[in-house]
Every structure is written in structure tokens, then in C-alpha cells.
Design a protein around this ligand. Structure first.
Ligand code: HEC
Length: 144
């Protein structure tokens, strides 16, 4: 016999595609975030050269050209592959492209990690560059 055939239930397969039941993708992304050097610019303690990515996911981001975009999955992807396409207001275009340096899986993991940082309920703050923070936002442990 040559090779093994792994038979999965459709549900199992879906879970596997989505990164497995225990969702290791954000965890893998976290490691990549450190090993690829993202964390040298995107800091969580002090203001780094790049924006703090806490709770940036699905939030409005003010761009240098005055537009506001929602930091959805496509935006995060584009930010990694083509960082100069949309420059965040107040930041310099110093982020290098990771196009060709990360595989699709790694990109998915990084996006999943950024998502996992943004678990604050919609409408709450935590990220910088937010035009207006709604009143009554919950406290985060992050240093502003
Ligand atoms: C040399 C410093 C530097 C490195 C390394 C870097 N970034 Fe950035 N990043 C920036 C800067 C500066 C910006 C804001 C300007 C812009 O939009 O390009 C940014 C923007 C972003 C944004 C959009 C953030 C927002 O608030 O809208 C994401 C997402 C992002 N980076 C992810 C990553 C990931 C993931 C990595 C590693 C694979 C990485 N960055 C590596 C400097 C860096």
C-alpha cells in the first residue's frame, strides 16, 4: 500500500481547514509575529514605529489621505502584503512588504492573530487612530 488516506467527516474537515478545533492558527500567528520581526515595530507596551494592533480588527482606521477604512480581513492581508497601499494616518511608510516571504498558511495565521487581538466588542476602543471613541468604553490593560 502506498501512502495513507485520511478520511474525515465533513464537519471535521471544515474544522481542520479552519485551523482545528483548538484553533492553533492565532497561536502560530503569534509566533510568526515574533519571528518575522513584526513585534519590533508593532509593540503592545510602548508606541513603536507601527501602530499598536490591539483591537484594530474590524475597527475604522484613519488613513493618511483622509479616508477611513474598516480593518477587515482584506485590509489586514493587504497591510502585510502591500503595506504602502494604505498608510495609517500619523505613521511613516516604513513597513516592508512580506509578499513572497510568507506562505498562504503563514499569512492566514498572521491574520488570525491580528483578529485574535481584536476581540473587544464592536464599538469599543483600544486601538489608536480611532476618530472618535464611544463613551463608556471598557478599560483595557494596555498602556495608552
Ligand atoms: C519596520 C517596522 C514594521 C514591521 C517590521 C512591520 N510593520 Fe506593520 N506597520 C508598520 C507601520 C509604520 C504601519 C503604519 C503605516 C502603514 O500603514 O504602512 C504598519 C501597519 C500595519 C498594519 C495596519 C495597522 C492599522 O492600524 O491599520 C498591520 C495589520 C500590520 N502593519 C501588520 C504587520 C505584520 C503582521 C507584520 C509582520 C509580518 C508587520 N506589520 C511588520 C511598521 C512595521
Amino acid at each position: 500500500m502506498i501512502g495513507n488516506i485520511i478520511v474525515m467527516e465533513p464537519k471535521e474537515y471544515a474544522q481542520w481547514m479552519a485551523g482545528g478545533p483548538s484553533a492553533p492558527l492565532p497561536e502560530a500567528g503569534k509566533q510568526l509575529f515574533a519571528s518575522l520581526g513584526c513585534s519590533t515595530c508593532h509593540r503592545f507596551d510602548i508606541q513603536g514605529r507601527g501602530p499598536n494592533l490591539t483591537a484594530v480588527y474590524n475597527k475604522p482606521v484613519l488613513l493618511e489621505d483622509g479616508r477611513t477604512v474598516i480593518a477587515d480581513e482584506n485590509y489586514v492581508r493587504e497591510s502585510i502584503l502591500n503595506p504602502t497601499a494604505k498608510i495609517v494616518n500619523g505613521f511613516k511608510p516604513v513597513m516592508p512588504t512580506f509578499q513572497g516571504l510568507v506562505s498562504d498558511e503563514q499569512l492566514n495565521a498572521l491574520v488570525a492573530y491580528v483578529k485574535s487581538l481584536g476581540q473587544a466588542p464592536a464599538g469599543t476602543a483600544g486601538a489608536q487612530n480611532q476618530p472618535a471613541a464611544p463613551a463608556g468604553q471598557p478599560q483595557t490593560t494596555q498602556v495608552q
